[in-house]
Design a protein. Structure first.
Length: 404
């Protein structure tokens, strides 16, 4: 998702000095220079901008090319891409948030990686699914993220409570940890894609599916959230909290647990909170936790210059090399997408263990509905709002949201 930015750690990879003709200027598309690759991404904030630059510099040096990079705000990227696609001025290498890949591939603006000799083996199924459209793979992601359950170690230990693994344990723990202005749990139920994103682990783990939101499995997940708010274990303000707000509540000691992602770890490490994390709890003990996959995919646009496209494909492969995956994951609190790197990564970053486990079974938001996913996400977050506010019973919330 585009909200996960602003990390605060130094890069693990060394900077390789090479010539840059611009880092955030007005690149107009593929360069005529055969030894220059133009790149467009949305890492326009620090420290992400610099951390990603180092990976780009490393690959540029390896391939013997110069890069001309443009970084734009996340909210502007897709509009810029669609404009450039229509005017045939796409860059040589394009980074996309993974839910957007299928939309851009559907325009014919991307070149399938099957056109090139790119190693696509060993990647987590979810990220391959996210980058696939009509049977063709259009990009690779070096590192990804997902959601988990953070908990305040001291508060749980003082209450004699183990980190919850099931919904029943979650409800019991949240109720027991609610005291005064301290809530047991915080999550984001805001009426945006963030609210839908946070709901997906509960819906998917319970067997719910975005192709049919009017099922008992989906309703049970929504009932869990309604119950947590109704019994006071979660604040009514979850309806308005972004994930950053949820982090702030947890960091201030106002919530004993929270649903959130590893992009919040640098900020948590600057607090006095002793925290740890587990996978998102399941309804029944036998279920496998399934959470949504977040992260960006590097693609090769159709520019008409076949030689440059082949070089761009080499660049995409380089960005997702094992070394780059580990460097980017360590510096940005992400998870490598090649599953064989999981053990090595967790040894270096033990605080990422639960998220690494979660990524192994994570799903793409566009895997079922493709470019129609945003419509389903809108129904989900509107239904959540209807149910938590009591404007619709849980068993009618999704049907009412779909009608509205």
């Amino acid at each position: 998702m585009r909200h996960r930015r602003y990390l605060t750690v130094l890069a693990a990879a060394a900077v390789v000095p090479i010539a840059l003709s611009g880092c955030s200027g007005g690149s107009s598309g593929s360069s005529g220079d055969p030894d220059t690759l133009t790149i467009l991404d949305y890492y326009n904030n620090e420290p992400d901008k610099t951390l990603v630059q180092e990976a780009l510099d490393t690959c540029a040096a390896d391939l013997g090319v110069t890069i001309d990079r443009e970084s734009v705000p996340g909210k502007d990227l897709i509009q810029k891409v669609l404009q450039r696609s229509s005017s045939k001025t796409l860059p040589d290498v394009l980074m996309l948030d993974n839910p957007d890949v299928q939309e851009i591939a559907a325009t014919g603006g991307l070149s399938p990686l099957s056109n090139y000799d790119v190693d696509t083996e060993g990647f987590a199924d979810g990220i391959i699914e996210a980058a696939t459209y009509e049977g063709e793979l259009f990009g690779l992601a070096p590192a990804v993220n997902t959601l988990g359950l953070f908990y305040n170690v001291d508060l749980l230990e003082e209450a004699g409570i183990d980190p919850p693994e099931t919904w029943a344990e979650l409800k019991d723990a949240a109720a027991a940890l609610t005291d005064g202005d301290q809530y047991g749990i915080a999550f984001s139920a805001i009426a945006t894609y963030e609210g839908a994103w946070q709901f997906l682990p509960f819906m998917w783990t319970n067997g719910g599916d975005e192709t049919d939101l009017d099922t008992p499995e989906v309703q049970e997940a929504l009932q869990l959230w309604v119950d947590l708010v109704d019994d006071g274990s979660a604040s009514n303000s979850v309806l308005n909290w972004s994930q950053a707000d949820v982090k702030d509540q947890f960091a201030a000691g106002k919530a004993a647990m929270m649903v959130n992602g590893p992009w919040q770890i640098p900020a948590l490490n600057e607090t006095d909170i002793s925290w740890d994390s587990v996978q998102v709890p399941v309804n029944e003990a036998a279920q496998t936790p399934v959470a949504p996959l977040g992260g960006e995919v590097w693609t090769v646009p159709e520019t008409g210059d076949k030689d440059k496209q082949a070089k761009a494909a080499e660049f995409v492969e380089c960005i997702s090399s094992d070394d780059n995956q580990l460097a980017l994951s360590e510096s940005r609190y992400l998870v490598p997408t090649r599953t064989a790197l999981a053990e090595e990564f967790v040894e270096k970053m033990p605080e990422m263990a639960s998220f690494t486990e979660q990524v192994a079974n994570a799903r793409s938001r566009t895997g079922q509905l493709g470019e129609d996913w945003p419509e389903a996400a809108t129904v989900i977050y509107n239904a959540i709002q209807l149910a938590i506010t009591g404007k619709a019973p849980v068993d009618e919330a999704f049907s009412q949201a779909s009608e509205g």
